[in-house]
Structures are given as C-alpha cells and as structure tokens.
Design a protein around this ligand. Structure first.
Ligand SMILES: [Mg+2]
Length: 381
C-alpha cells in the first residue's frame, strides 16, 4: 500500500488558515530564486506545480497566496500520520514527510481486506489531522505508488494482480519512476509513449536511452518490482573511518584518506539508489577527544565529486581552526538518506557530467579492479 497526502504542505496551510479554503496557495520561497514546494489543487488548475520557479507559478496563477514553508509544523502532522500507519503494520517505509509504503501482505498480521484497511487509514487521517490522503494498493511498491496517483485527491485505488497490466499499459511513460522529462522526450522520439510501448520495446530503441538499465525499465513498465517494503533509508546512515597507526598532522595525507573514504560512501549509496541530505566528518585527537562537523546537502546528493568537495571543505575548515592538530582517527559519513527521486537516468545538464563520470569509473572498476583508475586530487580548500 502507498499512502500519499494530497498537496501536503499547502493543505496544512489551509487547515491552519481557514480563510484560504478554496483559494489557490503556493508554499515555497518568495524571493527572486524561490521554488514552489507545494501547490494547492486550486493553483494546479492554473498550471502551477511543485518544483516550478515561484516567479513562473505566479505568472500562471497571480491570485495565489504565497506562504513560506513551516517544516516543523509539517513534521508535527507527519508524526501523527506515521503513528496511524504503524498501528496497521510495523513495516512502514517513509519516503518523505507525507508519503509511505506500508506492507500489509501476509508478512504482517491480518487486519482485513486491503480496501477496508485503506478506508480505515483514510478515515483516521481525516479525523486526527483534518487532511485527506490518497491510497494505492497493489501487488508491489511500483504498482501501489502508481495506483495512489490515479484517483488523487482523496483517492483510493486498488490494482489487483490479475489486472495490473490492463491498468498500466495505457499510462504515459512519464508516470514511471525514473523517467524524467528529458528521458521522456528521447523515448517519444523512438515511438515509446505508453507503458505498453515500453514493456514491448526492443533493445535497439531502449539501450541508447537506458544503457544497462534497459531490461529493468522494461520490467518496470510491465509492473514487475521485487523491492521489499521496509528499507527505511531515512533512519540509516553510511559511514567510513580510518584509525591511523601513527597520528597524522599532514593536510595532504588527511585529505587523501578523506577522499578515498568519501568515494567509497558515494559508491555505496549510489548502488542502493539513495541520496544523502547530510554529510559529516569525524576527527579524533590523540587524547581521544572526538569532534564532528556536518553540512546539509540541498538538494540531497550522492555524486562522488559533490560529496568529496563538501567533505574537503569541512576538513579544511576544521584544520584551519586548529593549526598543528594531529589526528588519531578520521571519518566521514552521510545520513538523512532517501530514495533518489530525480533518477532521470540520462539527463543533460547540471550533475549529469559528474554522474556520467561516476558510472564510467564504476565500469572501469568492474572490469579492471578498484585500483585501476582513481580520481585525481583536487585542491584543498
Ligand atoms: Mg503528497
């Protein structure tokens, strides 16, 4: 089951400001570079969407009320929703504050028919928060997530194993996780527009677009998804550390270790399809004093180069502030992990070059071993 609150941030704002009921609301930054975090359904009617520059959204919908996000308030409501989920099943995989997968299969004690469970969840959410949610039920995560979107807002849709192909086939490929706008354009050019086209497309049209992911994308379009619910990346962190035989004070050496560890972490989370929203470094002094420094990543990232630059900056700053310090241990870690949602597999532009490089390095390592090719050192900030 996939549960997704409807226009969550905007709906919470309406709840707290009843005079905005039935009015278009845009939650997001109001400055010249602000971006829409959530658009109410009234604003969406005019074409405003989340992730759109605020300026553009206001051109489309000039009457909208713009509200700055109040994340702590949304977190409060989120806690209520998630506690309702956990009453139903212990296997809850949160995707964001307002969205989660729930495993209600025979892995968990029976609570009745899926549709009954879904109705109960929707009623409880409405009673406890005053907000509506859309629920999708399916034989796996992929189908459930698509189902929750089909009847939004306040939707409830069950796609049964015997008819999921009938439901998926006519959908536009843009509805599939992993296909961003640029990938969609390339697929359209190859005549691939619907799920049906994608699941039956041959390698000649898919490999140029998806490379080694061609088969996986074909399976996704056929509704095949074997990922279990419960990899709750939110609570996870990935870290690496090195205890030195002899304390090290040399900046270059420390930098070198840090870059290696960060690269390992980047590969690790890329393989899992995660992005990190925070990076931290840890230093331990000869007297065992242990300190850490962290920085948030906005937007969340997993690229080797991006993570290395931030790790290097944190270490550089710390060393600047502690001249002559020697380290007994150095570590680096990432946390606030979530699914890589903008997994537009082969986009152009920002970040694409770095991701391409990461993939290339991966392929070289697969063939010739980890030591075959390494990144050059960049300047220590
Ligand atoms: Mg939502």
């Amino acid at each position: 089951m996939h549960v997704d609150m409807d226009a969550f941030y905007a709906s919470v704002e309406k709840l707290d400001n009843p005079e905005l009921k039935n009015e278009p609301v845009l939650v997001g930054g109001a400055g010249p570079r602000g971006v829409v975090a959530a658009a109410s359904y009234e604003a969406r009617k005019h074409g405003a969407r989340s992730a759109m520059p605020m300026r553009r959204a206001l051109q489309l919908c000039p009457n909208a009320t713009v509200i700055r996000p109040r994340i702590s308030r949304y977190q409060q409501v989120s806690a209520v929703i998630f506690s309702i989920f956990r009453e139903i099943t212990p296997i809850v995989e949160g995707l964001s504050l307002d969205e989660a997968f729930l495993d209600i299969s025979d892995r968990v004690p029976a609570h009745g028919q899926p549709l009954q469970i879904a109705r109960r969840i929707k009623e409880r959410i409405l009673a406890d928060t005053g907000l509506t949610a859309s629920v999708g039920i399916g034989p796996n995560k992929l189908v459930a997530k698509i189902a929750s979107d089909l009847e939004k807002p306040d939707g409830l849709c069950e796609v049964r194993p015997e008819n999921f192909r009938k439901v998926l086939d006519p959908l536009p490929i843009e509805a599939l996780f992993g296909i961003g706008p640029k990938t969609a354009v390339r697929l359209h050019r190859a005549g691939v527009k619907k799920f049906r086209d994608l699941r039956t497309a041959d390698d000649a049209s898919l490999v140029p677009v998806f490379g080694r992911y061609a088969q996986r994308m074909r399976e996704r379009a056929a509704g095949i998804d074997r990922r279990p619910v419960g990899e709750d990346a939110q609570d996870k962190s990935v870290s690496a550390e090195e205890t030195f035989d002899q304390d090290i004070g040399d900046r270059n050496k420390l930098h070198h270790y840090l870059m290696h560890m960060t690269e390992r972490i980047s590969k690790n989370i890329q393989r899992k399809g995660w992005v990190a929203s925070q990076l931290n470094i840890k230093v331990r002094l000869p007297d065992f004093t242990t300190l850490s420094r962290q920085k948030s990543l906005q937007p969340p990232a997993n690229g080797c180069r991006e993570l290395q630059l931030i790790a290097a900056e944190l270490l550089g700053d710390w060393l600047d502030a502690h001249p002559g310090a020697e380290l007994r241990l150095l570590g680096v870690g990432v946390s606030g992990l979530g699914e890589d949602r903008q997994l537009d597999l082969f986009p152009e532009g920002k970040g694409a070059k770095n991701r391409k490089l990461d993939r290339l390095l991966d392929q070289v390592a697969d063939r010739f071993g980890d030591a075959a090719l390494q990144r050059g050192q960049h300047k220590i900030p």
